[in-house]
Write a protein that binds this ligand. Sequence first.
Ligand code: IMP
Length: 191
Amino acid sequence: MRLHPDIERVLFTEEEIRAKVAATAAQISNDYAGGDPVLVGVLKGSVYFLTDLARALDIPARLDFLSIAPFVLDAGPRSNPINPMFNPGVVRILKDLDHSIEDQDVLLVEDIVDTGLTLRYVLRTLGARRPRSLHVCALLDRASRRLADVPIRYRCFEIPDRFVVGYGLDYQQLYRNLRYVGVVKSGIFRA
Ligand code: IMP
C-alpha cells in the first residue's frame, strides 16, 4: 500500500477496518434480530463506514441521511484549536432525513465522536421525533477530548488525541477516499 505523502502514519489499515466493521455488524445483526432498523448517517464523514456496515448486516435495514453544518461564529474561545473555523456543538441541520423515524429503531452511525457536542445535538434532535429506540454506532472514539457525556452502544476503535483522516474523514474536504485511517502531518494545517 502506498502512503499518501501528507500522512504521517496509518492508525488502522483497510484490513483492520474491514474486520472490525464485520464484527460490529455481526453484533448489530444479533441485537436487532427480527427487526429492521433505520441506519442514519451523518454526511459526509460516515458514508463509507455506513455503507460497508449496512452491507455486512444479516438483517434488513433502511438508510437515511442527515447533513449538519457548524455555525461559524468567529475564532473565539469556543474554537477548535485544530481548525479555528470549526466550532463544535453549535450546529444546524442542512439536510434533514427523508422519512419519519417515529416508532422506528434508529441506529445513528457516526464517523468520529470527539467532544461529543455534535452527537449530543443530533441525539436530542432525533430523540424528539419519538423513535422506538435510538442508539449510536461510531467508527472512532476519541474519549480523551469528551465534553458531553454521550452514550455510544457500538464503537469500532478508540483513537489518541491526534487529528485523523481517511475512510470518510476529511481535512478541508480532502483525504476522505483513503482506504485507511491515518494521522496527517502537522505541516498540512493551514492557519
Ligand atoms: P464533536 O462534536 O467534537 O464530537 O465532533 C464531531 C465531528 O467533528 C465529526 O463528526 C467530524 O466531522 C469532526 N472531527 C472531529 N475530529 C476529527 C478528526 O480527527 N478528523 C476529521 N474530522 C474530525
